[in-house]
Design a binder for this molecule. Structure first.
Ligand code: ADP
Ligand code: ZN
Ligand code: ZN
Length: 745
């Protein structure tokens, strides 16, 4: 926090456990505290008409006040409480406000567990306590027998992820006798939400014996300890191929930190937060562990955080927001699959869990460990520069081999007269697989309609000549660049080869499913995409049923590349690598490499060797070539060259100014004004400005969106520019009717 000159006033919140954090009070800063005061510090202030002394948190400073200066009270002094967890989180919020671009209130609401006014009533729940597999076996037995009511009940419970509201039992026709049967058999317990959250109930599982680490895993854990023994330990990036045992290493590190009496946060992408993963942590650390997910109500979340603050749990596993678990003595933050896009918040403050974790760790003297088989360009470039420490795991556990990969050129297929979604090679391999009673996964790396326009004869994609990203088709028959706004009419034939087969690229999971069923009427097919997983628990259900070989072919979007091991899968087919490769943003090659690497890694997890086929119109593209041979380093080099050439992150920093408003003309004008304003700070032309252009989702529910991009290689230059723009917007009433937000990457 940079403070210039004397800050006369401090903004203070008195009660942070209240829903309305917005209520801040201004106090004079006494001279004696001018240098010492920082956001997050606890102070004592006179409050109310009686001037009772209350504790308050400093959240920011200013030189001005809207009140009569004589009437503003003075801070009495620092509180004896010293540092508190809340205080440190408020310090983190102040950092987020500054570096992610948001208001302090938005930042505070993100980091602090805010109590809802109305607490959710304690609901009675029916909870499956038996092992899921055991329950499934039981269900099969019941279904064969004449105990239909019991079967129906257990099935419903399994479908609901093992937790049903008590009232539901009646609705599905389960009499009390049915319930009692399962309770007595030790399958089920009746409990409150509390039980679900924390203990996963008493009967969950015995803690498993610790796995002996392999030599390579042990070396990795030692290297990390060595880093931690340094005076200023750096964040560690574990670059480990899929199945190399990153999770085993995490668990060893967690054990060590717990032994020191400190706590651990483990971030896992929501989609990978499956029963299997959670169980692994539970069986190792038992009731020390709790799990967060984004479906929880704010009240449940609040209680979870309270448990953490009170020291009732020591490990919190969860998605992005678990990062703010208020542990009193945080020792370690682990971020698994650190490259995942879901670690970046889509709302203000648009923070990235990675940077925020590093900052929180810095404020609290904790360590950070990141892990991925396909590290983000950001993390890897930092590892290369020495800002992070790089640790590698290069072999799969138990020496299982990576599958053989073949790239299929779809342009060739068209030449040979094959216009279907499946190449001849893929058909051949699927035939073989199904004949041998092995399983197939078909993967479509984006859902539905892709937006870009390409030529099916030569593969040419219509791109922006300035930004080198794909143009998107709009319904006015035009193609547009979402970075700079460059627009051309949609061509009728391919500008490269003249072929009339040019157009939007469409392929949906549903279409693939229908086509597969026509070709293989006997095959059992399951589909996993947004539509089939909307119901709670359905994601898990599809995966576990496929893992149990209850289907031969699983078709899906990126969802299928995470989670379960499928030992019988020997073929993975990527229907069209182009779907993600031609997305309209600069990260598309990186995303494609990540998705392909993970998809390929799904094949051959069992005893049998695996195979993967990648269909594409761009067989020579480096992201496809390098993914096929699983050569991360080669990919990184190529991609970094592109980022440097185009000044895209991490070669430079990119600040997006996002505008939204109902009046399109006014919004356009406003964005132009901002562009003009920024221009006045660009005398040396070191800022590169692109746009304003319509955002990639240009209009949602009658709200128009525009975006302006600024590139610069120095973060603090962009941050100070952001502060200037914020002020500019604040004092110009013209901006009242639009919403301006910032987004750093
Ligand atoms: P990653 O997180 O790198 O994908 P995992 O930790 O999930 O890898 O390990 C892959 C599989 O190998 C898991 O089923 C895990 O239990 C097993 N495994 C890994 N290391 C060991 C070990 N040292 N001892 C026993 N099993 C291991
Ligand atoms: Zn062409
Ligand atoms: Zn452009």
């Amino acid at each position: 926090m940079i403070r210039k000159g004397n800050m006369i006033y401090a903004d203070i919140i008195i009660d942070i456990s209240h829903e309305k954090l917005d209520r801040t009070f201004q106090y004079k800063v006494p001279d004696s505290l001018q240098d010492a005061l920082r956001p997050g510090m606890v102070v004592e202030v006179p409050f109310g008409s009686g001037n009772h002394i209350r504790k308050g948190y400093v959240i920011g400073f200013s030189n001005e006040t809207d009140y009569e200066p004589e009437r503003i009270k003075e801070i009495k002094g620092l509180s004896n409480d010293g540092e508190t967890t809340e205080g440190r989180l408020i310090g983190l919020a102040a950092w987020m406000k500054e570096y992610c671009g948001s208001t302090m209130i938005q930042a505070l609401k993100t980091v602090l567990p805010v109590q809802e006014k109305i607490k959710a009533k304690e609901k009675r729940l029916i909870i499956l306590t038996a092992d899921r597999e055991a329950a499934q076996t039981e269900l099969q037995m019941l279904q064969k027998g004449r105990t239909k009511a019991r079967a129906r009940f257990l099935e419903a419970l399994l479908n609901a992820d093992g937790v049903l509201p008590y009232e539901e039992a009646g609705k599905i026709g389960a009499a009390k006798a049915v319930l009692d049967y399962f309770v007595q058999a030790g399958y089920v317990e009746i409990g409150s939400e509390e039980v679900v959250r924390t203990g996963m109930t008493s009967g969950m599982e015995q803690p498993l014996e610790r796995h002996e680490l392999t030599k390579e895993q042990y070396a990795a854990a030692c290297a990390i300890q060595e880093e931690w023994s340094q005076e200023q330990p750096r964040p560690v990036l574990i670059h480990g191929v899929t199945g190399s045992g990153k999770t085993e290493v995490y668990m060893e590190l967690i054990r060590q930190v717990l032994e020191q009496g400190r706590q651990v946060i483990v971030l896992i992408p929501e989609i990978a937060l499956t029963y299997q993963t959670v169980r692994r942590f539970h069986s190792r650390f038992a009731d020390k562990v709790s799990v967060l997910n984004s479906r929880m109500s704010p009240a449940v979340r609040y209680d979870q955080f309270k448990l953490a603050a009170q020291g009732n749990i020591q490990v919190m596993v969860g998605p992005r927001s678990a990062l703010f678990t208020p542990f009193p003595d945080l020792g370690l933050i682990i971020i698994d699959e650190e490259h995942e896009a879901s670690y970046k918040s889509e709302n203000s403050p648009r923070y990235h869990a990675r940077e925020t974790a590093v900052k929180r760790a810095e404020l609290e003297g904790a360590n950070v460990v990141l892990g991925s088989a396909t590290p983000s360009m950001e993390a890897y470039s930092r590892a290369k520069s020495g800002e992070y420490r790089l640790v590698k795991l290069e072999s799969r556990f138990a020496g299982r081999n990576l599958p053989t990969v073949e790239i299929v050129d779809l342009r060739e297929e068209l030449k040979q007269g094959n216009r279907s979604m499946f190449s001849r090679k893929l058909r051949e391999e699927m035939d073989r697989c199904l004949e041998n009673q092995e399983q197939v996964m078909l993967f479509l790396n984006r859902r539905g309609y892709a937006g870009f326009v390409s030529c099916r004869a030569c593969g040419t994609v219509m791109k922006c000549p300035h930004c080198d990203v794909s143009l998107s088709e709009h319904n006015n028959g035009k193609l547009i660049c979402h970075y700079c706004g460059y627009t051309i009419p949609k061509p009728k034939s391919c500008p490269e080869c003249g072929s009339p087969y040019i157009g939007g690229f469409k392929a949906g999971t549903q279409q693939i499913e229908q086509a597969i069923q026509r070709i293989y009427p006997k095959a059992r097919v399951k589909r996993m995409d947004f539509d089939t997983t909307r119901k709670k628990g359905s994601y898990e259900e599809i995966l576990s049923s496929f893992a149990a070989h209850e289907a031969d072919i699983l078709i899906g979007t990126q969802m299928i590349v995470k989670g379960h091991d499928f030992p019988d899968v020997t073929l993975v087919g990527v229907i069209a690598a182009d779907m993600s490769l031609n997305a309209d943003d600069y990260r598309c090659a990186e995303r494609t490499f990540q998705l392909l690497t993970q998809a390929v890694g799904r094949s051959g997890r069992g005893e049998k060797c695996g195979k993967a086929l990648i269909q594409t119109y761009h067989p020579a593209h480096y992201s496809i070539q390098t993914a096929a041979v699983q050569d991360y380093e080669a990919f990184y080099q190529e991609e970094m060259g592109y980022r440097m050439l185009m000044d895209y992150p991490p070669a430079a920093r990119l600040m997006a100014i996002l505008g939204a408003g109902e009046d399109e003309e006014l919004l356009e004008q406003g964005m132009q004004y901002i562009a003009g304003f920024i221009h006045t700070f660009n005398k040396d032309a070191s800022l590169k400005m692109i746009g304003p252009a319509p955002a990639s989702v240009g209009k949602v529910k009658d709200v128009y969106r525009r975006v302006l991009y600024i590139k610069h290689n120095n973060t603090s230059v962009l941050v100070s520019l952001k502060n200037k723009v914020e002020k500019y917007i604040e004092i110009n009433p013209g901006f009242r009717n639009m919403r301006i937000q910032f987004d750093f990457s």
